[in-house]
Design a protein around this ligand. Sequence first.
Ligand SMILES: *Cc1c(COP(=O)(O)O)cnc(C)c1O
Length: 419
Amino acid sequence: MKLERSKELYSEAIGLMPGGVSSPVRAFKPHPIYVAKAKGSKLYDVDGNEFIDYCMAFGALILGHANEELKKEIKNKLEEGWIYGTPIELEVEYAKLIRKHFPSIEMLRFVNTGSEATMSALRVARGFTGKEKIVKIEGSFHGSHEAVLVKAGSGATTFGVPNSAGVPRDFVKNTLQVRYNDVESLSQLLEKDKDVAAVIMEPVMANASLIIPEKEYLKEVRKITKENDVLLIFDEIITGFRLAMGGAQEFYGVKADLTTLGKIAGGGFPIGIYGGRREIMELVSPSGNVYQAGTFSGNPISLLAGYTTVKILERERVVEKTAKKAEELCKALKDNVKCAQIASMFCIYFGEIPRDYSEAVKLNKEAFMRFFWKLLERGIYFPPSQFEVCFMSYAHSKEDVEKTASAIIEAYDQSWNER
Ligand SMILES: *Cc1c(COP(=O)(O)O)cnc(C)c1O
């Protein structure tokens, strides 16, 4: 595989940007692949290689790259200007469409990124309850702001210790943690500590490999939070419009008090959304006293791309069809290949399939990276980390899936065996 141009670009980038990249997980050794264009299920790099893509912009795309209908809508919209600093009609339409699929979201606000959405959701949760602490799940990811950049503790729960330099201890001392799939420790914590405003969680963990909730876990979490007067925030930035149209809440039949959306909800353009019960969301400025604002919030292009995507998902039953493809892929693998799949998400594990973060960290990252490169050589692009999840898209063909299955089978054993 020829990679000269990517290598050249990276050697320049490394002197210009920290680690040569704009976001950490894009960097991998010895150098990342520079993509020049993408269409459907494929990425095309600057050296002329073609890859079947399962990263799909870390889950921001479900229709595949450069969807024609979306492209046409956006091109037309550009003729009308692209940002006005005023409300637009589509905000109303898109808000209604989201509420239709997420009945728990009675009111919402559009922001620019997922990180901004979780940051704001936590703020309004604290504003509403008048309590200061939050509980997150060990190893869950909610973006890169202070309150959620907390190391996974070794015990069942622990006081927050920042896992990033530059985060003052005081900023995270109110962030507590519990293990995923562990009802008991959450219940104990909430009964003991009466200063918890909210529990924030990814209903399906998708940033520490793929970790699927055990039966009744989410329902139990809902019950415990309610009993203890603690708000439940579902971070559905990955699961929204992917697990089901109504995200994990529809899939598992559980209602959150607040929900964050992003990724697919922007159709590949930057977006974040937070929303939930009316009495909570009414506290957000200007109707209430929880301040939150943004120049680019409700960006017309992001709204249009998100709205159009959701309309296509509805019309073509994309969520179901794409899930089926991911299921077929995992079924086609041999028994020794450790694979879990839920809807259009799947993960290949080097080690036992984890049920929480402490198990996920035991996965063999080195074997995974050997696997990643072996797949690249076979024309397949996976997200470059054992702790990321693979995404099937609507654009993947039967041939893509077949080719991928045989490449995985070949590369998996080889990656384990080489040291
Ligand atoms: C990607 C992601 C975020 C952060 O979204 P950004 O748009 O990258 O800020 C937050 N939570 C979850 C679950 C995510 O997967």
